[in-house]
Write a protein that binds this ligand. Structure first.
Ligand code: SF4
Length: 344
């Protein structure tokens, strides 16, 4: 009966997106997970990139990295199950050292987080002494620990502007850095691809970037956008700021996943093209049945896709996979995360 109620709810939201037989199967799983969640006093956080049936059935809270970090900081549950990737679960652990934080898949990584190490940050700080370090939330805890403040795609500009510093080191997303530089009017360099730059107080640049990229957003390009516009002249194109500055420039709107969702809800175009992880298009389509979502779904995030209902059920059943952050790293990373949360 409980599974039947979940099924009816999913059917209402996803009948146009997910085949019926799959909804039956997934409703059974979701009902089992929700029962386990109650028994274990757990909270489930679901990132906007989760597949539609999971996204619409088991999370207590859904959102982007920033929104879920806030929920992680506020929860009074014993267990946090993070339906996202490892750096997100680590952030929840940084904020909740005394709670059990579970990531349903053992290795749900991220190409951005993997692009930089704590030693890389230490070398940049030695090269540019005194320059504040902003790291994107898509980094591992030891990299956050080397940073002054974290940011998400939703607050990157506000974080950079809050520093009141002529120059900032902004890591590791090359494209997000480029988009932030454009918005804040800063001139950016990438020391790894240019001859070593000496800090001498006479710099002609104000942002120091790094060559990390999201393997999903890296795939979107201007010719594809132009082709879609030729075929659908009334399409509104919405790009995540992890896309290249050229792609953002060729789009109609750019913002975090939360900002993209809000934009679609608050505007009235007949059809949209979302340049981000494909599952989010399904989730927005489910919430906005009157609006058509075009898909460029040849690229999926292989990390987010590892989080399934089956893996989430097993996470709660077998208390796996437990996320730990060494205390000496956690306390330093916490400062950078808390500074970000205070900025908003
Ligand atoms: S979509 Fe990109 S940034 Fe997000 S987890 Fe996947 S690889 Fe990392």
């Amino acid at each position: 009966m409980i599974a039947e109620a979940v099924y009816q709810d999913l059917k209402t939201k996803l009948a146009d997106v997910v085949p019926e037989f799959e909804l039956h199967y997934k409703a059974e799983l979701a009902a089992e997970i929700n029962q386990l969640k109650r028994e274990r006093n757990a909270v489930i956080l679901g990132h906007n990139y989760m597949e539609p049936a999971l996204f619409h059935s088991i999370p207590d809270f859904t959102g982007d990295s920033l929104a879920l970090s806030r929920q992680a900081a506020a929860t009074d549950k014993d267990i946090i199950v993070f339906c996202g990737v490892e750096f997100m679960a680590e952030t929840a652990k940084i904020l909740n050292p005394n709670k059990t934080v579970l990531l349903p898949a053992e290795k749900a990584g991220c190409s951005l987080a993997a692009s930089i190490t704590a030693e890389d940050v230490r070398q940049l700080k030695a090269q540019f002494p005194g320059v504040p370090v902003v790291t994107y939330i898509n980094t591992y805890a030891d990299v956050k620990a080397e940073s002054d403040v974290c940011c998400t795609s939703g607050n990157a500009v506000a974080v950079v502007e809050s520093l009141k510093s002529d120059t900032v080191i902004f890591l590791p997303d090359e494209f997000l850095a480029g988009n932030v530089a454009k918005e804040t009017g800063k001139h950016i360099i990438f020391p790894t691809k240019t001859p070593p730059v000496k800090f001498n107080g006479q710099m002609d640049y104000q942002m120091i970037g790094w060559h990390g990229r999201c393997e999903v957003h890296d795939k979107f390009n201007v010719p594809d956008i132009e082709a879609v516009r030729r075929q659908f002249p009334d399409v509104v194109i919405v790009a995540h700021p992890e896309c290249s500055p050229e792609v953002v420039e060729a789009s109609d709107f750019s913002g975090s996943t939360t900002a993209m969702i809000r934009f679609v809800e608050e505007t009235s175009a007949p059809r949209y093209l979302l340049l981000t992880e494909c599952a989010m298009g399904d989730n927005i389509a489910a919430s906005n049945p009157d609006k058509e979502m075009l898909r460029l779904c040849s690229v999926r995030c292989p990390h987010m896709n590892q989080i399934t209902l089956e893996e989430t059920r097993d996470a709660l059943k077998f208390t796996q996979y437990v996320i730990d952050v060494p205390e000496y790293i956690r306390v330093r990373a916490l400062q950078a995360v808390e500074r970000m949360l205070a900025i908003g």
